[in-house]
Write a protein that binds this ligand. Structure first.
Ligand SMILES: [Zn+2]
Length: 271
């Protein structure tokens, strides 16, 4: 038996596509560099979480993997404010499970990006007192795999309406055949409060990400049409645009997107 001292003896976990590799090598810079270079050449996504000494690898796409969501039993130390107390906010990460959404030029996948942004946004909202309802917290279909579109989207609407949420925000990545198409758009279904929410989030996202302002627009998307509360669908940026794909699939870009949507929500509630 050896006593464990010092950081150099700490074990590192490696998680590939959600499965833990059954060996725990020691934390080593060389191993990390090797894993990163393998990931780069095979177009795998890789994320090293220093707090958990864990390497997450995603062999399905080049998107940075989304670590499993841990909801800590309210840790007051991390609380930032109470200004969203009493607000229930439904966040809908677009696509998931059998529905990949759009795919970027280097193989990053919309469903990964939307979930990552949504989880960061959820965390930020909860730290500021909000109650957050997520239509999904993992890579899954909300109804069932390969369900008809209206069944899948209906399941998302039911969650928001059932929770009697104050606002509903569906997060997506835009995509177009022409790779130069770029920018941020926020859609609403015409209700004045939805338009006001859309304006707050759109302005904040364009400022935060520095993207082209494609404006706030009317659209008859299922999830914003049938939800009973002010509802918007955000196309954060274009996954089909090589530069914006990097923003959507990187930790930094996802964080900025989540932070910007959060600021938009705060402005909407005037808190
Ligand atoms: Zn989408």
């Amino acid at each position: 038996m050896t006593k464990r001292t010092g950081k150099e003896e700490e074990d590192m976990q490696i998680i590939i596509d959600g499965h833990k590799v059954p060996i725990n090598p020691r934390v080593s810079k060389d191993l990390l560099i090797t894993l990163k270079s393998i990931a780069r050449s095979l177009h795998w996504g890789i994320l090293y979480d220093t707090n958990r000494e864990t390497v997450y690898i995603n062999t399905k796409s080049a998107s940075v993997p989304v670590p499993p969501h841990e909801r800590p039993a309210s840790s007051p130390a991390e609380a930032e404010s109470n200004r969203l107390a009493g607000k229930t906010i439904c966040i809908d990460p677009g696509h998931g499970g059998s529905d990949l959404g759009a795919i970027g030029p280097t193989g990053t996948i919309e469903k990964d990006n939307t979930l990552a942004i949504a989880l960061l946004l959820c965390d930020k909202l909860e730290k500021n007192g909000a109650t957050v309802i997520m239509t999904r917290e993992t890579d899954r279909d909300v109804s069932m795999p390969d369900a008809e579109t209206e069944v899948e989207l209906g399941a998302r609407v039911d969650i928001a309406n059932g929770a009697d949420a104050d606002i509903f925000i569906s997060i997506h990545n835009d995509s177009f055949t022409n790779p130069t198409a770029a920018g941020t758009t926020t859609f609403h279904y015409g209700h004045p409060e939805s338009i006001r929410l859309a304006n707050c989030i759109q302005k904040s996202l364009v400022e935060g990400l520095g993207t082209r302002d494609r404006g706030v627009r009317f659209a008859s998307f299922f999830v914003i049409r049938y939800t009973k509360m002010p509802a918007v669908l955000v196309e954060v940026a274009f996954i089909s645009n090589p530069e914006e794909e990097v923003v959507l699939a990187s930790i930094d870009g996802r964080y900025k997107a989540a932070e910007s949507i959060f600021q938009g929500i705060v402005k909407y509630f005037k808190v």
